[in-house]
Design a protein around this ligand. Structure first.
Ligand SMILES: [Zn+2]
Length: 144
């Protein structure tokens, strides 16, 4: 079997770590939030992916690269779609959000009861996934 050729990048912008491509240097995400996303799906005429739950970098990369490999292999995804194969026990859903002036497909992960964030019963921190990007940051601290 041919070794997969990962020709996109995964940026994991999380507290304390700037994104060298987007120039974002924020390090003030609310707890459990991050802005992880791919760059490079455009070469497959596909939207990039995003994930905003601050899992380990390894798990974030696994999830985003799995989508990348699926797209590279010819699969196409659209907003609103439920996707099996990321987790054994539940699907994830793709919702469209803005990320730095572009539209991306955000991988939405349900909580342990398989409740998605548009349901009020969805538990924190999974509930934060319905927030637009700017709401994933703490409010700016007041000037001293
Ligand atoms: Zn980036």
């Amino acid at each position: 079997m041919k070794k997969p050729n990962i020709d996109w990048v995964v940026h994991i912008v999380r507290n304390g770590v700037p994104c060298d491509d987007c120039g974002k240097i924020e390090d003030s995400f609310i707890k459990y939030a991050c802005n992880a996303h791919t760059h490079g799906m455009a070469k497959y005429s596909h939207q990039d992916f995003q994930l905003v739950i601050a899992y380990s970098n390894q798990e974030i990369s696994r999830i985003l690269n799995t989508f990348g490999l699926w797209v590279q292999g010819g699969r196409r995804f659209k907003a609103g779609e439920y996707v099996n194969g990321i987790f054994e026990d539940c699907p994830v859903r793709l919702d469209e959000f803005e990320e730095s002036d572009r539209k991306v497909l955000r991988v939405i992960i349900p909580d342990k009861h398989n409740t998605f964030p548009d349901d009020d019963k969805c538990e924190y921190p999974y509930s934060i996934q319905k927030c637009p990007e700017q709401m994933l940051y703490k409010k700016e601290r007041a000037e001293a």
